[in-house]
Design a protein around this ligand. Structure first.
Ligand SMILES: *Cc1c(COP(=O)(O)O)cnc(C)c1O
Length: 431
């Protein structure tokens, strides 16, 4: 795939540099998005970039997916805003009904809608604190929960997220996680949970904890799948101690891992679930869903926001969820994951720098290491840069920046995925 260069791109880049704050960067600054096809993003020159990133796991049903476009078009012609805190509308209610039905557990639930993943996580913490009357929140090494002040306190990584943005919100305590590749003690899931619990018991005390907040598979932190049994043991401890177990399914949710939610794989039923990213086919929407007694503990008017659950975003979410059901996208995620494993898994034996190909469904991380097993971010960067030059969008992540993550739209055609993986495999061989 050749990527033409053009003065249009250069002119756009110059305008961008003069107008957009330098703190907002782009992974592929030379390619301004102008259109999309399934699994493909089109730039200002008409170059077709194979999209293995889905705008960070957002365009799960595709970019400008026909059903989403039609639903948004119809809604935009009716009304674009009412503010649910002033006049309610059915779309908001319908999205909450879907979230209550689809999230793990058959218990009675309620939902509230917001604009971003960070806002959802922040509200989940507010709800847990209010309902339990306790102050402390436990999070984990390598966690990513967003960029607002509270969620930065919850996020682990300094550069680029936290650097010089403090002071951060208090009463946040960080526990060791389960990171099988890098766990020096080589602990099983239940043992890693015992280690985290011992840490929290000693340094916080269970009765001070409002919530344990965790990504069932860590996203920005490196696509880290905890050892089996880690999540259920933590959830059990929370239940026994009146602590809200909050699953941050912002990146793992909505079919990404081969199920509606990543907690489904281990039969874990969170008290509260935060969702966003893939929920609405690219429109900004987020939700908090959870036990009715916790959600309804908050006083009337205690939750909300001007734009939260915007009607266009709700229409998009309903069309997105319909599409996921009709096109069986959870199964598609498993198929994509199997294809990636078959194509890239064998490279681990051939290339010592590729330590692991891991993940679940269409959420796959490739971790790169040096000869001593230390993180090798420069290798991940070189591989990613090679892919970008060849017109394939791949994203990096990881506390150490040494992981390439594959999080393609679940509607990516098989031949497009194959071509993207061929480019990526070549890049790994040559780096
Ligand atoms: C992206 C992400 C967030 C933050 O979502 P925004 O919409 O960027 O605010 C929170 N948690 C996880 C796990 C994420 O991947």
């Amino acid at each position: 795939m050749t990527v033409p260069t053009s003065s249009t791109g250069a002119a756009l880049a110059a305008r961008r540099a003069a107008a957009v704050a330098a703190g907002v960067t782009s992974l592929l600054p030379g390619h301004f998005a102008t259109g999309a096809e399934p699994g493909v993003l089109i730039d200002q020159d008409g170059a077709r970039l194979i999209d293995l990133g889905a705008g960070i796991g957002v365009t799960t049903v595709g970019n400008a997916a026909p059903a989403v476009v039609e639903a948004v078009r119809r809604q935009a012609a009716e009304f674009t805003h009412a503010c649910f805190m002033i006049n309610p509308y059915e779309g908001y209610v319908a999205v909450c009904e879907q979230l209550n039905a689809l999230t793990p557990g058959a218990h009675e639930k309620r939902s509230a809608l917001f604009n971003s993943g960070a806002e959802a996580v922040e509200n989940a913490v507010k709800i847990a604190r209010h309902a339990t009357g306790r102050p402390a929140v436990a999070v984990f090494d390598h966690a990513y929960h967003g960029r607002t002040n509270l969620t930065l306190a919850l996020t682990a990584k300094n550069m680029p997220y936290k650097h010089r943005f403090g002071p951060f919100a208090g009463e946040v305590y960080r526990a060791p996680t389960s990171y099988p590749l890098r766990d020096p003690a080589g602990l099983t899931g239940p043992d890693a949970a015992r280690r985290a619990i011992a840490h929290l018991d000693a340094q916080v005390g269970a009765t001070n904890l409002a919530a344990v907040l965790i990504e069932p598979i860590q996203g920005e932190g490196g696509y880290i799948v905890p050892a089996p049994g880690f999540l259920p043991a933590l959830a059990d401890w929370c239940r026994a101690n009146g602590i809200a177990f909050i699953a941050d399914e912002v990146q793992t949710g909505f079919c990404r891992t081969g199920s509606w939610f990543a907690c489904d794989h281990e039969g874990v039923t969170p008290d509260l679930v935060a969702t966003a990213k893939g929920i609405a086919g690219g429109l900004p929407l987020a939700g908090v869903t959870g036990r009715a007694d916790l959600m309804d503990a908050v006083h009337p008017g205690g939750l909300g926001g001007t734009f939260g659950g915007n009607p266009l975003a709700c229409a998009a979410a309903l069309a997105t969820i319909d599409t996921m059901r009709a096109e069986r996208l959870a199964e598609a995620a498993d198929r994509i994951g199997a294809t990636i494993a078959a194509r890239l898994g064998p490279l681990v034996a051939e290339h010592p720098a590729l330590a692991e190909v891991r993940g679940r469904g269409a959420m796959v991380g490739l971790e790169f290491v040096g000869p001593d097993g230390a993180p090798a971010p420069e290798v991940a960067r070189r591989v990613a840069a090679r892919c970008h030059r060849a017109g394939v969008i791949v994203l990096t992540c990881g506390t150490y920046g040494n992981v390439i993550r594959l999080v393609p739209p679940l509607v990516i055609p098989a031949d497009v995925l194959d071509e993207g993986l061929r480019v990526l495999a070549d890049a790994i061989r040559s780096c």
